[in-house]
Write a protein that binds this ligand. Structure first.
Ligand SMILES: [Zn+2]
Length: 296
């Protein structure tokens, strides 16, 4: 029973199937309008699931989606969930310069806030693209009024990852204030961090892996931060061309993900970042010194 009381966070990265980084080589963002959108329907499916389980979540909304589906944004907020930001154009931060990042983020934040009529405080980078070479983005987030970020994945991966970063929430000083980081959940096996409970890892790896991984995190006394994309519960989505590895990454087990995600939520206590109170438990950590980053 004690396990059940530990607070964990569930988050949704609100984007459409054609926004996924894995298809960025075959899908030009200038043509996004030409794809048939499924994000409203799929997000509503998740909203219904959360309502049935009495769970609040944090929704990191893509600015491009918010602008086209304002009713969806208002519905998320009206259902008691927390709104947050997932950039405007879903570009990898480490491929942007500071001004491009600032403009993209400001545009997304303004769009979501104007629609919802409330401020937002949280950010999640597209494809977890806060890495060693893009740590400067955290200064800009702080400057723009964000108080937390959940973009750091402490693993080795071909597109993202900061394998040595802390695995539990931490607070650090930026050039303009303080920022809390909520790393994506990992568990430890033989001296390595393994990803668990979110997105492709929930979809592609055996159910038992997820269960044991999350149990291990709970035993360590750490909160879990899990995530899902609306397209991951949509087995009927149009198939896009792409390399074999892209297709495997995106399409495997789509029909099973909804049930898996539901059972994860039933096995622990999950809520939004806002309601979790976890920011108050974050340990101070001199993150910039650790990354070798110099302000400015
Ligand atoms: Zn995304």
């Amino acid at each position: 029973m004690a396990d059940k009381q530990a607070i964990n966070v569930v988050s949704v990265d609100v984007e459409d199937y054609f926004h996924a980084e894995t298809f960025s080589a075959v899908v030009d963002r200038a043509n996004w309008e030409s794809y048939s959108s499924r994000v409203e329907m799929n997000t509503r499916r998740l909203l219904d699931l959360f309502a049935s389980l009495n769970v609040h979540a944090t929704f990191f909304v893509l600015g491009w989606v918010a602008e086209r589906y304002p009713a969806l944004v208002r519905e998320i907020a009206a259902s008691g969930h927390e709104l947050a930001c997932h950039s405007y154009w879903h570009r990898l931060i480490y491929k942007l310069d500071r001004e491009e990042f600032r403009k993209d983020t400001q545009r997304a934040k303004d769009t979501i806030e104007q629609i919802a009529g409330q401020p937002i405080y949280g950010y999640r980078a597209p494809t977890y693209s806060v890495i060693d070479s893009s740590v400067w983005a955290l200064d800009i987030l702080s400057e723009l009024g964000f108080t937390y970020d959940s973009s750091i994945f402490p693993i080795h991966h071909d597109r993202y990852g900061m394998p040595g970063a802390p695995r539990s929430p931490f607070r650090f000083r930026t050039a303009s204030g303080f920022m809390t980081e909520f790393p994506i959940t990992t568990f430890r096996v033989a001296g390595h961090n393994l990803p668990v409970g979110g997105g492709g890892y929930l979809r592609l790896l055996p159910r038992l892996y997820t269960r044991l991984g999350l149990r291990s995190v709970r035993r360590e006394g750490l909160p879990s931060v899990i995530y899902i994309h609306p397209w991951e519960v949509d087995a009927e989505q149009p198939r896009l061309p792409g390399g074999l590895s892209s297709r495997l990454r995106h399409y495997t087990n789509l029909s099973r993900t909804f049930a898996r995600f539901k059972s994860v939520l039933q096995e622990g206590k999950y809520t939004s970042f806002r309601e979790s109170g976890l920011a108050d438990t974050a340990k101070d950590f001199d993150f910039y010194a650790w990354t070798g980053h110099k302000n400015g």
